[in-house]
Design a protein around this ligand. Structure first.
Ligand code: PAF
Length: 279
């Protein structure tokens, strides 16, 4: 069932107490569908939200051009096992303007993607808190491709004692390793061809690490070297940070997140791997 009002959403869920929730901005791909399918296995009710959240886009970003196709997304979500697709208008969510925001500490939000998108995570945490408040799920399902988002939302849930669990599901990759993303559709043929080096470069870090290389600068340099094969690529960041706390280090001694963002033309792609460390 497609629902666009908060009151209707609350009404249909009022007597349910085993709800799995998959928040999305639509343009659903296999990555989203794997979250929905996983939720389906564990819950009486599965809710998918489709809301292109304006507050997580800066004015110069792609809010207006972000792909929207509610009919197609609705059909995909239902076929993957959703019971309800919640697709409210911006007015339904924010009215004439909300004065309330959920902000996680800048140590987590102002680095990596937050360094060039300073208001992004404030928009994400605010809308996810708001959606959780409407849907009241037992579990929320997030994709590991958005690693920083996962870390921040887990922290929000923990610090606000929200009564739910955050479940993460592995990144789904295309045949050549490129992480699925709604933004891949914006790549032209050459950009798409070269985007394969994003994952190849991450795998080089993993290979060297497995061979015993623990120096962060050396590992970051190996990423840059492999990515030189992609003539159109422009690195936004490549970082190796402590998992959970996102603190920098010189030598890997514990579980780390290797997170990268690279422009191919105007399209900025992110990806990551986790190195388990010696723990
Ligand atoms: O990952 C996304 O698609 C969005 O950031 C989310 C979690 C749906 C919040 O708008």
């Amino acid at each position: 069932m497609l629902i666009d009002s908060i009151s209707k959403m609350r009404q249909v869920l009022s007597n349910k107490n085993n709800i799995g929730f998959v928040p999305t901005m639509g343009a659903l791909h296999e990555g989203h569908l794997s979250l929905i399918k996983t939720a389906r296995k564990h819950h009486e009710v599965v809710v998918v939200s489709i809301f292109v959240n304006p507050s997580q886009f800066a004015p110069h970003e792609d809010y207006d051009t972000y792909p929207r196709n509610i009919d197609k997304d609705y059909a995909l979500a239902i076929s993957a096992g959703a019971d309800y697709v919640f697709s409210p208008s911006v007015f339904e969510i924010y009215g004439t303007g909300s004065l309330t925001h959920v902000i996680v500490d800048p140590t987590l939000t102002d680095i990596l993607c937050g360094a060039t998108r300073p208001t992004h995570f404030k928009g994400v945490t605010t809308v996810v808190a708001l959606l959780i408040n409407i849907i009241k799920p037992q579990k929320i399902y997030l994709g590991e491709k958005d690693a920083q988002q996962v870390i921040i939302l887990k922290r929000m849930v923990k610090d606000l004692h929200m009564d739910l669990k955050v479940v993460t599901c592995p990144t789904i990759r295309d045949y050549d390793g490129l992480a699925l993303s709604s933004r891949n559709a914006n790549l032209n043929i050459q950009e798409r061809h070269e985007a394969v080096y994003l994952y190849q470069s991450l795998l080089m870090i993993k290979k060297l690490y497995t061979l015993g290389e623990l120096n962060v600068e050396t590992l970051k340099k190996s990423f840059t070297e492999v990515l030189k094969n992609a003539t159109l690529a422009k690195i936004d960041y490549v970082e190796i940070l402590g998992y959970d706390d996102l603190q920098s280090m010189k030598t890997i001694e514990k579980k780390v997140l290797v997170a990268v963002a690279v422009f191919f033309g105007k399209t900025r792609l992110i990806d990551n791997i986790v190195l388990e460390g010696g723990e």
